[in-house]
Design a protein around this ligand. Sequence first.
Ligand code: FEO
Length: 407
Amino acid sequence: MKAKAFKITDGVYWVGVIHWNSRTFHGYGIPGTTYNAYLVFGEEKTVLIDNTYTGLQNQLDARIEDAFAQEGKDIKIDVFVQNHSEMDHSTYLRETIDKYNPDAEIYASQNCINFLEAQYHNFGDLELNAVATGDEIDIGGRTLKFISAPMLHWPDSMFTFLAEDGILFSNDAFGQHVCHSKRLDSDYSMDYLLKEARKYYANLVTLGSPMLRMKLQELTDNGLLEQIKMIAPCHGQIWTNPGPIVEKYSEWGSGVCKDKITVIYDTMHHSTEKLAFQIAEGIMSEGVEVRMYFMQEDGPDDVITDILDSKAIALGAPTMMNKPFPRIGNMMYWLDCVNFKGTGSEKNALIFSSKGWGGGAVAKLQRDLEEAGFTVTDTLDVLFVPDEDVLAEAFEKGAELARSIKE
Ligand code: FEO
């Protein structure tokens, strides 16, 4: 196939893959995505940073060919840098090395080297060089500095900094699952990209928030942060204006939240739904923003995205066989996985439920939410269908939850 490489700056090309028809990424709904790889030409060596899935590798090969043609050079990759081993960036790595230069230098974190072997069982005959923060290589007029970035978002994650150009190849960190024909942030609206980056952060990076805070502090202390002119992640658009995304990562990673409450519910015969709507009215009466999610229709990934910068949630489920309605359980598993505790934010929670007789949903959700780091400030457990008095109580509990986050 034919495909063009995109020149980012002199001697640096995006040679990645566009996965137009991908609709989920381990359960996270996406509109397609990209697997970004980059080719960096030094005076002495040419480097391929990151890789892609097999099945889509023809795009990578065609763009590598085009980048060498644009440079007027014969194809030869001297160095492979692998910032992370997850399969979306590594399934084609071994074949790429075999195809372009089995004698190339290969650099990755020690965890990445271990993980590659554990996933593919075919790297044992290659010499893989483990690198970490402080290590660097000279490729002729250009220097690649390696920065360990564990848990951003896997234990093997690493950044590579092209010092002379100020380009940070950040792998998954700072990414967005978007799928467009143009490559730069400036080709689309910043608000839109930051919204997509928030969804990506909430679902894929939240767990690493403590490490993110340490990494941003380290990059500030050693002066690297101010040298970054561009951030080139492995998914989505390249940040030619890195200020806004770095600022947002700093906020998301340290639990900065808005006066916003995310209401999440499911319902069997509309009773829990009536409570949800009344609670929302109460919240709104205090001037606090509401985001409403109905778990028969909405995805947990979007719920997680809004909880990231909400100061509180209201979570409702009918009781079924002494437990919460099952679709809420699916959402609770996501909440437990992403673990907002690490951001340092303190999120209040109101739990509400309609029950037929014995109940049980509220107690179970209270245990689960407290385990996930929420502070359950109030509950509302209603017998069958709420009457006007109960609806007024739901309104007041919504208003009280809103007041609790404004204090
Ligand atoms: Fe985009 Fe963790 O892989």
